[in-house]
Each structure stands twice: as C-alpha cells, then as structure tokens.
Design a protein around this ligand. Structure first.
Ligand code: EPU
Length: 326
C-alpha cells in the first residue's frame, strides 16, 4: 500500500537545478537521511513498472522531513509521498519532483498504550502491525493482514479488505502539513470515505493511535488472520500488481464487470488482466508504465461500451491526473 500526495506547484525541469536542490538539502539534513538523484522507483512499487524520481529522500526524523518539505515549498518543487508502493503507477518518464518515503526505521514504531490502544508509525508495514497486534492478543486489525501497504499509505487511501477499512480502527492521526506543521486530528474531525481521506490529500500521515475491537488470546487472532489470508490467496493473483485497479462502483464489483466483459487475459505487452481476479493488472515480466496505461484505457472503454459503466481508477498515478491520460 502506498501514499501519494502530489502538489500543484511549479516544476523545475532543468537537471542542474535538481542537483542544486540536492546540494541545498544535503547541507540541512542529517547523514542518516537518504537523499538521492534519479532513484529508480519500479523496484519500490509492487507492480514493478515506471521510471525514476528526480530527487528521492528517506528522512530519518521529523526535523528532516520538515526541512525537506519546507525547502521543496520554497523552491516550488512538487512533493510525492511513497508508501509501500502497492497502490501506485509510476509513469515510464518518472516523476519531476521530490519523492519522500518514510522507510527509515524511525517511522515504524508499534507501541501498546493504556487500554490496549496502539500507536503505529506511518512507516510500519500492515503485515507487521497485524503480527505484533496478534502477539499482544489485540483483536480488530486482522483484515489488514494481506494488504501490502504501510500504515501511512493505508490512512491516505483508507485501505480496506474483508469488509473493513483502515479508519474503522483509527482514534486519531498525527500528520504534517506540506508547510511543515505537525497536527493531531481526532477521527471524528476527519472526512473519510471509501478509499479516501480528505485531510491527507495535502498532508502526510506520521502515525496513528489505533483502537482494537477487543482482547483475545494470540492464537485465535492468528486463526482469523490465517482465514483471511486463505481467502485472499484463492481469489487474488500472486504476480506483481498494484492491487485493485478500479474502485468498485456503488453496489457493484469492478472485478465482476470486467470479467463479464470477457477481459480476463487481455494483454498489452507484458501487462495482463489477471485471469484470477479481473480488477488486477499483473506484470508478466517486463511490462512498462505505457503498457499498463493502455490496458487501463482498453478496460474502461470495453466496460463503458458493454455495461455503460464509467470505472474510476483506484490506483494513484504519480505526477499526472488520470483524466488527462484516459
Ligand atoms: N468477481 C468476479 N470475477 C472476478 C473478480 C470478482 O466475478 O474476476 C466477483 C466475485 O466472485 C465476487 C465479487 O465479484 O462475487 C466481488 O469480488 P471480491 O470478493 O474479490 O471483492 P472485490 O470487490 O473485487 C474488494 C476490494 C479488494 C479487497 C477485496 C477483499 C475494491 C476495489 N476491492 O474486492 O481490495 O481485497 O474486496 O475484501 O474495493 C484493493 O483495494 O486494492 C483491493 C484489492
């Protein structure tokens, strides 16, 4: 799972200026903060396609994240957040901006608080959150087990599976605005919907206080997680993918609609509509971003033609608006 939050600001096209930006940032931030030019993003996404980030950073502290954001703002550079890269399509030309991943271990905390509440850092993998919660006998996070994302990405997308979604278990979220201000928002003050959280469109989740449904013994929590994992293995593909490509239209299933249009196995290059679940595009080896985009266009056109339904992508497209490419 993953979080992307593009900002509409001026873009620096000149490579020299990207080098200058890195030089300026390097002077301000700690050595533990990774900062690179032309970092390849494909290996950082679950579908494994796309180009490089002009500038890429893994801040090691809140202070360094603030410096990265404030400098980007001052220089008019777009900022993109990267989570676990599971709900994301990176174009082949890469991203003209600063890509920030909370991949440093400093962001992966898991802290049991009074009354069984859990503080989870934005960089914590959902899989680890579930494993640690199971060990502590905390019930209510099991549905997140199979989502290949981080806590931050899951908050940004309000990720969901097995009838639950992330904000079901959230009590409050700590975030940083693109101006570098840190705020804590109670769940009740946030505007959350299916695969959507308004407050995290122009802010970065730093972590969240989560509330388990109840306590149970570790074995029974583990059994429920295993049952979900089995269900997922039977119904979803194993090949690299970006998860479900389209949102489910109200009262319907995008996967079923695409399947009923006979599109399973449809292929552009190495991008293929999964034969297991039609709402997944899988990378059969050497798919490019362009292959995936073309297949998305084809699926939408066919479903519109046969079913009269406009499918809306769920997957985020880095640096571009879907409406401009569809
Ligand atoms: N179906 C088909 N053909 C297909 C796929 C599905 O006929 O190729 C049918 C199934 O038989 C079922 C119905 O469509 O009757 C719904 O399918 P499924 O139970 O797989 O759920 P889904 O609505 O397709 C949603 C989420 C998934 C999540 C699963 C399991 C969306 C877009 N998808 O899928 O989330 O894992 O439920 O809870 O909301 C994601 O968001 O990336 C994602 C994978």
């Amino acid at each position: 799972m993953n979080a992307a939050a593009p900002r509409e600001t001026m873009v620096i096209a000149d490579p020299m200026r990207w080098d200058d930006l890195v030089t300026a940032l390097r002077r301000q931030i700690a050595a533990e903060t990774k900062l690179t030019r032309e970092e390849s993003l494909a290996p950082k996404t679950t579908i494994r396609v796309g180009g490089a980030a002009r500038v890429y950073a893994e801040p090691a502290s809140v202070a360094d994240l603030q410096k990265l954001l404030c400098t980007a703002k001052a220089e008019g550079v777009r900022v993109f957040m990267l989570g676990r890269g599971s709900n994301l399509l990176v174009p082949d030309e890469g991203v003209d901006g600063l890509v920030i991943a909370l991949a440093h271990e400093a962001w992966a905390s898991f802290d049991v608080r009074p009354e069984g509440r859990v503080w989870a850092g934005a960089g914590l993998r959902l899989k680890n959150l579930c494993g640690l919660a199971a060990k502590a006998g905390l019930v209510g996070f099991e549905f997140l087990e199979g989502i290949p994302g981080s806590v931050g990405g899951a908050l940004r997308m309000n990720a969901g599976a097995m009838g639950g979604w992330m904000f079901d278990v959230v009590e409050e979220v700590q975030l940083m605005t693109f101006g570098g201000d840190v705020k804590t928002l109670a769940r009740a003050a946030m505007h959350v919907d299916y695969r959507h959280c308004a407050e995290l469109h122009d802010a970065i989740a730093l972590g969240a206080l989560l509330r388990p449904a109840s306590k149970a013994d570790a074995d029974s929590v583990k059994r429920q997680m295993d049952a979900y994992a089995r269900k997922r293995h039977e119904s979803q593909p194993r090949e690299p993918s970006a998860g479900c490509v389209f949102k489910n239209p109200p009262g319907n299933s995008a996967g079923r609609l695409i399947d009923e249009c006979g599109l399973k196995g449809e292929r552009v290059g190495d991008a293929e509509v999964s034969t297991v679940h039609a709402n997944f595009i899988v990378n059969r080896g050497a798919a490019t971003g362009a292959d995936v985009l073309e297949l998305v266009r084809r699926i939408r056109a066919r479903v519109k033609q046969i079913k009269g339904v406009d499918l809306e992508p769920e997957v985020l497209l880095y640096g571009k608006n879907w409406k401009d490419v569809l």
